[in-house]
Design a protein around this ligand. Structure first.
Ligand SMILES: Cc1cc2nc3c(=O)[nH]c(=O)nc-3n(C[C@H](O)[C@H](O)[C@H](O)COP(=O)(O)OP(=O)(O)OC[C@H]3O[C@@H](n4cnc5c(N)ncnc54)[C@H](O)[C@@H]3O)c2cc1C
Length: 441
């Protein structure tokens, strides 16, 4: 049997960590039985385990995660935008209809997360801040124009801002134009995922430091971990970008990529004087997600820069790749905020993996005998993977839920070419996006 070697991000997350980490059990040792084994404790895995446990309190559910802490996976490494609207809407009738379906799903994901944050007093800097979707290059107005028209068609409120208005709000004249939409929530994701992990129902047992190294399917599924084994009646694979490692045959529909984020030190009083006096926390997304940068100004006066996407089919990122990303982030930040004179230091740069599908649709539902999945996050998975996991629990238990139909309606990820063709296809598609968005940042 082939054992998975879990990839390693040779860096650690920079978000301020929870003051009180959740008390979870030590790594799994010995053999245990479970009604359900959930592999992966990100948003999809935790939402699935929680919803299933609440629907069926008599089930014994175990969750395994290879990471050593709640925040060490992408769930804690992301930029913390919980979006209620897809970044790209499109303009055809079919695209608009799909955007409305996604909007219902994403909003339900936000509502579900808020319910848990409130019920369990999860301290994660939850802010209903909205987001600025900005373009850099003058004369590149077509993308924002289409976005604005789509927002109008789906009757979504927005505010259009020129360079001067953006300068007043974001403290930089770097952007030519932008559209503000109010629905997005901003959080500290490391604290959010940690709080969610610590608030699971009693019939769920969560093991960190317990990678699933191999699975043998049959009447029961046998899951091998470094020091133990789970015999599960049913399995939910919530491993997102790393799913192909565990079940290569099943996942010909998503590619793994890595992207990088940096967080600055909190700005000093002298540095804050160079920014608008009334500037509060905000988030900005780029019109081109591959070439452009996501940017945040946080309530503790730091900037977050998320930029640079690379193919990472095996999920691993080296220290050199992280250093390269840090150099890019420093350079970009100096261009955006020249008034700060390049003296804002990056406290940390880190990476995380995302999964990307060809048509943007998810991988959701049954994928093998007694095996289910909710994967294919497409880079914006906090709300999306939360609702995908929650609805999957209803689906497998054949429990009615008004949104299961919406989840099925968004379609299924298209098949990708096999490796090594896939590697070449991913590189070419990244190059193409970088070229199309070369004037953006
Ligand atoms: C830098 C960065 C910025 C991002 N910014 C945003 C953002 O602002 N907003 C947003 O919505 N999304 C963002 N994302 C994407 C977001 O983080 C993901 O979409 C989301 O985490 C996916 O959730 P998930 O539960 O499907 O998978 P993950 O969160 O990736 O969870 C999968 C879990 O499975 C575990 N695992 C994998 N293989 C195994 C195995 N064999 N055995 C045991 N455990 C295993 C991993 O350790 C991991 O914890 C960003 C991602 C990155 C990297």
């Amino acid at each position: 049997m082939k054992y998975v070697s879990l990839p390693h991000n040779q860096n650690t997350v920079g978000w301020p960590l929870p003051t009180k980490p959740p008390s979870t059990s030590s790594p799994l040792t010995g053999q245990i039985r479970a009604d359900w084994a959930v592999i992966g404790a990100g948003y999809a895995g935790l939402a699935f385990a929680r919803a299933l446990a609440m629907l069926k309190p008599d089930l014994h559910i175990v969750v395994l995660d290879g990471a050593s802490t709640a925040w060490d996976g992408s769930a804690g490494r992301n930029s913390g935008f919980i979006i209620g609207l897809p970044h790209n809407i499109g303009s055809s009738m079919a695209e608009l209809k799909k955007a409305q379906t996604w909007r219902n799903l994403l909003q339900a994901g936000i509502d579900s997360l808020w319910e848990q944050v409130e019920a369990n007093a999860i301290s994660c800097d939850w802010e209903s801040a909205g987001k600025y979707h900005c373009q850099v290059a003058e004369g590149n107005d077509a993308v924002l124009k289409t976005y604005r028209e789509s927002l109008e068609r789906i009757e979504e409120p927005y505010e259009e801002l020129d360079c001067e208005a953006l300068t007043q709000r974001l403290g930089s004249g770097f952007w030519h134009k932008g559209i503000f939409t109010p629905g997005t929530i901003l959080v500290n994701p490391a604290r959010l995922i940690s709080g969610l992990a610590g608030a699971l129902p009693k019939n769920v047992t969560l093991y960190y430091d317990t990678p699933a190294l191999a699975m043998r399917t049959g009447k029961e599924t046998q899951i091998f971990t470094p020091q133990g084994e789970v015999l599960a009646q049913q399995v939910m694979l919530a491993t997102n970008a790393l799913s192909p490692e565990l079940m290569p045959g099943l996942f010909r529909r998503q590619a793994s990529m890595a992207t990088f984020a940096s967080l600055t030190q909190p700005l000093t009083v002298q540095q804050m004087v160079k920014l608008p006096r009334e500037m509060r926390s905000w988030g900005r997304t780029p019109v081109n997600a591959i070439a452009g940068a996501t940017l945040r100004f946080t309530s503790d006066r730091r900037f977050l820069i998320r930029q640079h996407v690379i193919p990472a089919l095996r999920g691993a990122v080296s220290s050199e790749q992280t250093r390269h990303a840090a150099r890019l982030h420093r350079k970009l930040f100096s261009r955006m905020y020249p008034q700060l004179g390049g003296d804002v230091t990056l406290a940390k740069t880190w990476s995380g993996t995302i999964s990307v599908t060809r048509n943007g649709a998810p991988l959701w539902g049954k994928v093998g005998r007694n095996i289910y999945t909710a994967a294919g996050c497409n880079g914006a998975g906090i709300s999306r993977q939360t609702i995908a996991g929650e609805l999957l629990a209803h689906y497998v238990m054949k429990q009615d839920h008004p949104l299961v139909g919406d989840m099925l309606a968004v379609g299924r990820a298209n098949v990708l070419p096999p490796s090594p063709l896939l590697n070449a296809a991913v590189s070419v598609s990244l190059m193409k996006e970088r070229w199309v968005g070369r004037k953006e940042a």
